[in-house]
Write a protein that binds this ligand. Structure first.
Ligand SMILES: NC(=O)C1=CN([C@@H]2O[C@H](COP(=O)(O)OP(=O)(O)OC[C@H]3O[C@@H](n4cnc5c(N)ncnc54)[C@H](OP(=O)(O)O)[C@@H]3O)[C@@H](O)[C@H]2O)C=CC1
Ligand SMILES: O=C(O)CCC(=O)C(=O)O
Length: 424
């Protein structure tokens, strides 16, 4: 079947619409039935909880928390929890569906889910964040479970929040249940390698794509948007493989040095500077959005959704985009990026290193055993490389861009699972 660009969406895009337009196209190419299409376009479950929290000044503030279970056809559902002011139901629905596709692309036995709380963790004390995390966990007591739905970190959350979640769930159950959440601190059942796993998967995907494009990683220049868990580890690991990271950014702006940024120095600076790059002396500050249109070989958007849009896609100069973030390219931008011949290692492939090592963490928790860092890295590198090759071959087979190929791989697998399980 010939490749057709996704149908343009009339009004402003939102992440759910962006996700759906790619899913629609993959479903059309695969010729999946209307019945199955209808099942997959609607999440299995959407839960919203109201969370009244006593703030440090004695006021009671009410937050809204979400968990969306997209599909459990391939196993218990998996997906991170985001603390951010932009969290809303449509975003969480898109992120949950992306988890379904992502787990299928890397062939791990999970369905997809995602959660979040609309809040600004930067303006909250550790005590307030802890109370919020515990209240959310209790609110989701019937949703979470090591065989049902297993959360993990995402934007604005990390091992600290996962420890509180594990502790609160365990208190509610009257026993310690480490396997209810992944991305935990090492001494509480976390896995070696999970912290850097998403960035590592980005690095492995970038190297695999550079090989296809015949870009020498030792001569490649890279710009990385977002300097949190994913962006900073991706930058460090690509630098270690010989590439020159010429720009990094966070919410304070972008930092550019044509001779290359010392990423270890940037990480140390950020860690001492309240988590921010602001004032970083190793580079010149430029406006944040300019990072996306720099003349580099590789662009790694690793911050948030819809940063490459129809408004700036024609100005992107990179030959390769490796998506560390979920949904950084809007579906309207896809057409422009494809027209320009830019290869995209899509989010549901390139950032799947995180959920892959989360799966290894869950396996270790259930075995009551600890793997070495080498074993974790070896297995996750192998998983991402195999997934990359599968998606690349699929893109050749159907003559479609890598993103649509990744959706085809995922939707095909899930369609078969529904067909074989039946029971409707
Ligand atoms: N953590 C994980 O394992 C996984 C994460 N992802 C995805 O990767 C992305 C980043 O997540 P993660 O690294 O965990 O989140 P973090 O909260 O650790 O980091 C987010 C980073 O992005 C920056 N940022 C946010 N908005 C912008 C913006 N508009 N322009 C530039 N920088 C911005 C933040 O800056 P500041 O600190 O100044 O606010 C911060 O540096 C998300 O899309 C997430 O869903 C995907 C797979 C797994
Ligand atoms: O590690 C996980 O289980 C999920 C990570 C995540 O939320 C993601 O891949 O977007």
């Amino acid at each position: 079947m010939a490749y057709i660009e996704p149908a343009p969406i009339k009004d402003k895009e939102n992440p759910f619409e962006s996700m759906m337009s790619r899913f629609d196209l993959a479903a059309q190419i695969l010729g999946i039935s209307d019945e199955l299409y209808n099942i997959l376009k609607t999440p299995d479950k959407q839960v919203i909880v109201s969370l009244p929290i006593t703030m440090d000044d004695g006021r009671i503030e009410v937050f809204e928390g979400y968990r969306v279970i997209h599909s459990k056809i391939l196993g218990p559902t998996k997906g991170g929890i985001r603390f951010d002011m932009g969290v809303n139901l449509d975003e969480v629905k898109a992120l949950a569906a992306w988890m379904t596709w992502k787990c299928a692309v890397v062939d791990i036995p999970y369905g997809g889910a995602k959660g979040g709380i609309r809040c600004n963790p930067r303006n909250m004390s550790a005590g307030e964040i802890e109370r919020l995390t515990r209240a959310f966990t209790t609110g989701m007591n019937d949703v979470f479970g090591p065989d049902k739905d297993i959360p993990a970190p995402d934007m604005g959350t990390g091992p600290r929040e996962m420890a509180w979640l594990m502790d609160q769930y365990s208190r509610n159950q009257g026993k310690t249940v480490t396997a209810v959440v992944t991305g935990k601190p090492l001494f509480l059942g976390g896995s070696l390698g999970r912290q850097e796993a998403t960035g590592r998967g980005v690095m492995i995907s970038a190297l695999a794509a550079m090989e296809k494009l015949q870009i020498n990683p030792y001569k490649a220049t890279v710009a990385v948007q977002g300097f949190g868990n994913v962006g900073s580890h991706a930058a460090l690991l690509l630098e270690e493989r010989g590439s020159q990271i010429v720009a990094v950014s966070d919410i304070s702006g972008a930092y550019y040095n044509e001779k290359g940024i010392d990423i270890k120095q940037a990480i140390e600076y950020r860690n001492k500077n309240n988590g921010m790059l602001e004032g970083f002396p190793g580079a010149e500050q430029i406006p944040g959005p300019d990072l996306l249109t720099l003349a580099v070989d590789v662009l790694v958007p690793a911050a948030t959704e819809d940063v490459i849009t129809r408004h700036n896609a024609d100005k992107v100069k990179a030959r390769l985009i490796v998506e560390g973030a979920n949904g950084p390219t809007s579906s309207k931008a896809d057409a422009i990026i494809n027209e320009k011949g830019i290869m995209v290692a899509p989010d549901i492939l390139a950032n799947a290193g995180g959920v892959t090592v989360s799966y290894f963490e869950w396996v270790q928790n259930r075995l009551g055993y600890k793997w070495t860092r080498e074993r974790v890295n070896r297995r996750s590198d192998r998983t991402i490389r195999a997934a990359f090759n599968h998606v690349y071959e699929t893109s050749k087979k159907y003559n479609v861009p890598m993103r649509i190929a990744a959706y085809i791989v995922a939707v095909d697998k899930i369609a078969k699972a529904y067909e074989f399980r039946g029971g409707f």
